[in-house]
Design a protein around this ligand. Structure first.
Ligand SMILES: NC(=O)C1=CN([C@@H]2O[C@H](COP(=O)(O)OP(=O)(O)OC[C@H]3O[C@@H](n4cnc5c(N)ncnc54)[C@H](O)[C@@H]3O)[C@@H](O)[C@H]2O)[C@@H](O)CC1
Ligand SMILES: Nc1ncnc2c1ncn2[C@@H]1O[C@H](COP(=O)(O)OP(=O)(O)O)[C@@H](O)[C@H]1O
Ligand SMILES: [K+]
Length: 505
């Protein structure tokens, strides 16, 4: 699914109006109708509805919702914010329709004091500003937003298209923004919805299709995309009936150290369950029994050192391996950094670089320039900051993420609720699977194993990153559905990986 900017959404609206064709007033009727239907499906008519309308088309949506809900027996009170701007033509039209049919529903808001006291369990509809927000909300309008936010504990706030005050494509940090429980947004995700810094504003996001023209959607390129099942199905390669274990690649995982062998075991298991042909794990001596006993399907090579992997550049022949994953539980010994440098000098194919291998890169940043092109780096936000520095907000961080992927010609998968996969060509894919049950030690190690397993099977790095992140999150969702988010562990993500292949693709 493409993530359009606010400007592109305006173009999509205009294109649909011209080519469907449909009048803008009818398109508004369709969009607001979807919101009214959503509301009716979730809240019975005894819930009192308070709609707050701005003077643009977002306010127009609110006016249409008011009429439709009144038609269906809801008690609706519709406040129009009188902030001086000229009302849009469609707002004007919908206001006249409501005035004619239900004049008693309407009242004017010129200040916070005009807002009535709401009865218990009211539904507040925020139709103040949508994608037309052009500057921060200030003055008494900001007072209205703060007043509405103050009701959050007692009433349900539903934002139409965008929580008012939120910028679709820019950071809204330290601005006045509605804190909705639900956001009903039209046709596609906006970039702002995918950033953790906006989680308090959007609440749960529901995307309602409003039939924007498919030609515009198909032919308009976007920098940001959401990996959806359609994309996943085009990436997935079914196995060849005549395959043998050589067909699906020999992977090498360099992971684990004294006290952190669990990370290596989790990565190894995930790599095997992702479908790799053969797997060798490189571990320090203390890891030999652990690895051999925990995972009989993997081979094991040990370092000379009892506790750390310091010499893998000497004892492995990189040419043997179709894919290498390095980092989980590795520790950051100077000797490991040396070995990593030798490996980067001798291995030309894309590899997966995670955890302590990333921490070593942040201590020795010149190593970043030795990473084979097309490699996949999987930092969580702290590792990202150590590697590339802090940013004032998450939109700036996304920009930095993309710049670094282009500069280093690698894929950088920034982990989180919506992991962002920045590609060397400038595209950024967001992953939408996964849940807070995965916020537990070892989840990232599992991801590294899956990615390494997919790379070894000849998935391109881009395909491996998108498919791997998606399967990892989907397996986590299946685990949470069966075990609860609290009780699931990273090991359960691996247990449900099989179901994720069967049910997700
Ligand atoms: N264009 C279309 O055909 C459709 C538009 N739709 C709705 O229209 C919305 C966009 O409508 P608009 O482009 O009219 O924009 P908005 O309704 O989001 O806001 C524009 C109005 O707000 C004022 N404004 C912006 N920022 C302000 C601020 N900080 N303080 C005070 N005033 C401010 C502008 O001067 C203007 O009056 C979408 O979010 C969506 O809800 C939907 O009805 C679907 C169809
Ligand atoms: N709230 C969440 N929603 C979705 N995915 C999550 C959430 N929290 C964590 N994850 C996923 O779990 C993984 C955690 O990785 P990481 O922080 O490296 O864990 P660890 O270092 O313990 O292995 C990432 O892939 C991340 O996307
Ligand atoms: K809104």
């Amino acid at each position: 699914m493409k993530i359009f900017s606010a400007a592109q959404i305006r173009e999509a609206d205009a294109f649909t109006i011209a080519h469907e064709p449909i009048s803008s007033a009818q398109l508004m009727e369709r969009a607001a109708g979807k919101c009214a239907t959503w509301l009716e499906e979730h809240y019975a008519p005894h819930y009192p509805v308070y709609i707050f309308c701005g003077k643009g088309n977002n306010g127009g949506d609110g006016l249409v919702m008011a009429r439709l809900l009144l038609d269906h027996g809801y008690k609706v009170s519709t406040g129009i914010l009188q902030y001086g701007a000229q009302a849009s033509a469609d707002h004007q039209l919908k206001l006249e329709a409501l005035q004619q049919q239900y004049p008693a529903s309407l009242y004017a808001i010129g200040d916070v004091s005009d807002i009535p006291t709401l009865p218990p369990d009211a539904i507040i509809i925020d139709a103040i500003f949508g994608t037309g927000m052009s500057r921060p909300i200030e003055g008494w309008l900001a007072g209205v937003v703060h007043h509405i936010n103050g009701q959050r504990g007692k009433h349900t706030i539903v934002a139409i298209d965008m929580p008012s005050g939120l910028r679709a494509d820019e950071s809204s940090v330290q601005q006045t923004v509605i804190q909705a429980h639900h956001t009903l947004s039209f046709e596609c995700y906006k970039l702002a919805f995918l950033l953790p810094e906006n989680a308090a504003y959007t609440g749960e996001v529901h995307i309602l299709p409003i039939g924007l023209h498919p030609d515009y959607i198909t032919h308009t390129p976007t920098r940001y995309l959401l990996a959806d099942p359609g994309i996943i199905q085009t990436i997935y390669q079914p196995r060849n009936p005549f395959a043998h274990k050589g067909t699906y690649g020999h992977a090498l995982l360099i992971a684990g150290s004294y006290g952190k062998m669990g990370a290596a075991v989790l990565s190894a298991r995930a790599c095997l369950r992702a479908g790799v042909g053969l797997l060798t794990c490189y571990v320090p001596q203390c890891g030999y029994n652990i690895m051999q006993l925990s995972e009989p399907c993997a081979m094991c090579v040990t370092d000379e050192d009892p506790h750390y992997s310091l010499h893998f550049h000497r004892s492995i022949n990189p040419a043997t391996y179709k894919a290498i994953g390095i980092g989980p539980g590795l520790d950051t010994q100077p000797g490991t950094a040396k070995a990593l440098e030798h490996l980067l000098d001798s291995y030309q194919q894309p590899m997966v670089i995670d955890a302590d291998a990333l921490n070593l890169l942040s201590v020795y940043p010149y190593l970043l320039y030795k990473i084979p092109a097309g490699s996949i780096l999987t930092p969580h936000p702290k590792e990202f900051e150590r590697l590339f520095g802090a940013t004032p907000n998450e939109v700036a961080r996304l920009e930095l993420l993309s710049q670094q992927a282009i500069k280093l010609q690698v894929y950088i998968l920034l982990k989180g609720r919506y992991s962002a996969i920045a590609c060397p060509d400038g595209a950024v894919y967001f992953n939408n699977t996964g849940n807070p049950g995965m916020a537990t030690g070892g989840s990232g190690d599992v991801l590294t194993g899956i990615l390494t397993g997919l790379l070894a099977q000849d998935y391109s790095p881009k395909a491996a990153a998108i498919l791997g992140a998606w399967l990892h999150g989907f397996a986590g969702d299946l685990a949470a559905a069966h075990l609860s988010q609290e009780a699931m562990t990273a090991a359960d993500i691996i247990q449900w990986l099989g179901k994720a292949f069967l049910e997700g693709i």
